[in-house]
Design a protein around this ligand. Structure first.
Ligand SMILES: C[S@@+](CC[C@H](N)C(=O)[O-])C[C@H]1O[C@@H](n2cnc3c(N)ncnc32)[C@H](O)[C@@H]1O
Length: 272
């Protein structure tokens, strides 16, 4: 283990801290509940060494998906690699939430959410937590568990901040799984980096940081995904495509750094 030895699941704390640093932009008033001293050290180092504008980037991502889900009004929100995101508490209480992540994350989140609710720091919501590793064999069991909750209801599947850490095989398997799970008219929200970004100074800094400071797993080849992956999907139509720059315009965020230094993430809404 070298550097800070950041484990993949710890990145979920980092994302939440970013969201808490500009609540007006993220609209996530609960992200701060996950703040802790180790994450503050990681965040400071990451912002210094990779890109200071990552705070705005993560806040805009949260804002965009939150407002898309509000607009599309699914009955069930299924969040793959949900980490410590707080959509269930920011959205209408009638929504049924299914949160899927590594077992250690969902177990910890479930316990802490209960604690926060007992202390009246979080409102009550319907949330089903499911522990799964996307690099393992999960299809049959997970399908059964989700179907038992979702039944014939409309759904929105969210996968953000996750695909960078997965292999292409595991990604293809997940999107095939989404298609089995969803019916016509259902939605997917996905976030990923495009291949072209690999040439940029910002992405080089990101890879440098990840290679030095993160504990590697088998699948960590830091995945990028081309638009074609979404555009050419046989079961879904791409109905909305944004990136950091378009969302900055939409939500009046001032872009401060030059383009080459920014980790420009792309955001996609697909409809079955
Ligand atoms: C950067 S965090 C993003 C969390 C959340 N989606 C958000 O935006 O706040 C990445 C998440 O992906 C999860 N993850 C990464 N690889 C995974 C895998 N193989 N199986 C399940 N979850 C995984 C991590 O545990 C972590 O919670």
């Amino acid at each position: 283990m070298s550097g800070l030895g950041i484990e993949i699941h710890e990145t979920a704390f980092v994302t939440s801290t970013f969201r808490s640093l500009n609540e007006d932009l993220s609209r996530d008033v609960y992200a701060k509940l996950w703040n802790n001293s180790r994450t503050n050290v990681l965040v400071k180092k990451y912002l210094n060494q990779v890109c200071v504008e990552e705070v705005s980037a993560h806040c805009l991502r949260n804002r965009f998906f939150l407002e898309e889900i509000e607009k599309l009004r699914p009955e069930v929100l299924i969040n793959f690699g949900s980490g410590f995101s707080m959509y269930p508490f920011l959205l209408d209480q009638s929504i049924i939430n299914i949160e899927i992540d590594k077992k250690e994350i969902v177990d910890y989140k479930k316990e802490k959410v209960k604690e926060f609710q007992n202390q009246e720091e979080l409102p009550k919501r319907t949330i089903h937590f499911i522990g799964v590793d996307f690099s393992e064999d999960y299809v049959e069991d997970l399908l059964k568990r989700i179907k038992a909750i979702k039944k014939n209801k409309t759904s929105f599947i969210l996968i953000e901040g996750v695909l960078f850490f997965l292999s292409r095989n595991d990604t293809d398997k997940l999107f095939d799984f989404f298609s089995i799970l969803q019916k016509e008219g259902d939605y997917i929200g996905s976030a990923s980096f495009q291949k072209g970004l690999k040439k940029s100074e910002g992405f080089k800094k990101l890879l440098d940081f990840c290679n030095k400071e993160m504990v590697k797993t088998e699948a960590s080849d830091w995945q990028t995904i081309e638009d074609g992956f979404y555009k050419e999907n046989k079961s879904y139509d791409l109905i909305n495509h944004q990136d950091y720059f378009s969302l900055s315009k939409k939500y009046n965020n001032e872009v401060k750094l030059e383009k080459d230094l920014i980790l420009n993430e792309n955001f996609y809404i697909l409809k079955k």
